[in-house]
Design a protein around this ligand. Structure first.
Ligand SMILES: [Zn+2]
Length: 104
């Protein structure tokens, strides 16, 4: 799996080096000299908040460094995400139609 730097999008072979269980060192990017992916050490709720805030770094972390397109479960995840998006989009459209035409 090939990783990406969340700061500049540069390609990385690894994001961290593990010396012992629970003792890791984050790698720095060769292009921008910043930590390649600081979200590795973050709690999932922090990543979720940054995704809600549409931070590009959080999306880069999720799409390039967490989800592996070569994994067998990727196709199922893609279908579930598509179904969830369409369901939420239908809900938003229903609410907007009610607001505009029924003036609730
Ligand atoms: Zn970089």
């Amino acid at each position: 799996m090939e990783y990406r730097c969340v700061e500049c999008g540069g390609r990385m072979t690894t994001l961290f080096v593990q010396y012992s269980p629970g003792n890791i060192r984050l790698m720095k990017c060769g292009n921008c000299k910043a930590v390649a992916d600081e979200y590795i050490e973050c709690e999932p709720i922090i990543i979720l908040i940054d995704l809600i805030l549409h931070k590009t770094k959080a999306y880069t972390h999720l799409l390039y460094n967490v989800i592996d397109p070569q994994a067998p479960s990727f196709q199922g995840l893609l279908w579930k995400s598509t179904f969830g998006f369409l369901l939420l989009d239908a809900c938003i459209l229903t609410v907007l139609i009610r607001i505009v035409f029924l003036e609730i």
